[in-house]
Design a binder for this molecule. Structure first.
Ligand code: ADP
Length: 219
């Protein structure tokens, strides 16, 4: 479904959002106060404009309120990020995603109506740290404080060459295997007789403790 997006703030974060949305064929209006940043996206975004997101009249004239989603990708200038969030929410944007520099900034953004608050640097830092500590966990998604979906690389001979039925992850770890990836081939909802091989990547869902316990067995 084609939707329309506006991205305000075209630093590294905002510009990469614009690039992905545009490459997916979506309508993207790219806005920044800095002309050079705007020029970088002229050939990528549907429209790229030099404007101050804090200026309510300008935002109104761009009909920001009619956009399905607005991303506020202003980090360092916290005051501007807050004011732009206020302006776009006041103009009626239904779905606003704002980037936060720190926890206090995040709390303010939520309080003034941002629908989603993201902390790209904190989140990426956490991911890198987790990966350094647990190199077998290739990817994870915390579904809540207790439940995690993780992609784990099979490196322990204890698992290699055995079927899911034999391994019985559910009974031994309290984990459900939702996919097995072998090279480029992904088996979704694998059957009991599917066999796990060396360096396969299995996607499991269960308690974070259980994921950690399985990961420990790979060391
Ligand atoms: P990143 O870490 O993603 O590079 P920055 O905080 O460095 O993020 O970049 C934010 C961008 O937002 C900059 O290009 C800056 O010019 C732009 N910006 C800052 N204030 C405003 C504003 N009021 N309206 C529009 N763009 C803004």
């Amino acid at each position: 479904m084609k939707q329309n997006f506006a991205v305000i703030g075209l630093g590294r974060f905002g510009s990469s959002i614009c690039r992905v949305l545009a490459s997916e064929g979506q309508e993207v209006l790219a806005i920044d106060v800095n002309e050079e940043r705007v020029n970088h996206l002229v050939n990528t975004a549907t429209q790229a404009i030099v404007a101050d997101g804090q200026d309510e009249d300008t935002m109104r004239s761009l009909e920001i309120g009619k956009f399905d989603h607005v991303v506020i990708a202003i980090g360092k200038n916290i005051q501007a990020s807050i004011l732009v969030t206020l302006v776009v929410k006041e103009l009626g944007v239904p779905d606003v995603t704002a980037k936060a520099e720190n926890d206090t900034h995040a709390r303010v953004l939520t309080r003034i109506g941002a629908d989603h608050v993201v902390h790209p640097e904190r989140d990426m830092g956490e991911r890198v740290a987790h990966h350094l500590l647990s190199p077998n966990i290739l990817n994870y998604l915390a579904l809540n404080d207790d439940v995690t979906l993780a992609e784990i690389k099979i490196t322990s001979s204890e698992f290699v060459g055995k079927s899911l039925m034999d391994l019985n992850f559910h009974q031994h770890f309290g984990l459900t295997v939702i996919a097995i990836q072998h090279g480029d081939k992904v088996t979704v909802s694998p059957a009991g007789n599917d066999v796990v091989r060396l360096n396969d990547e299995i996607s499991v869902v269960g308690s974070t403790k259980a994921v950690d316990a399985l990961n420990d067995r790979m060391q």
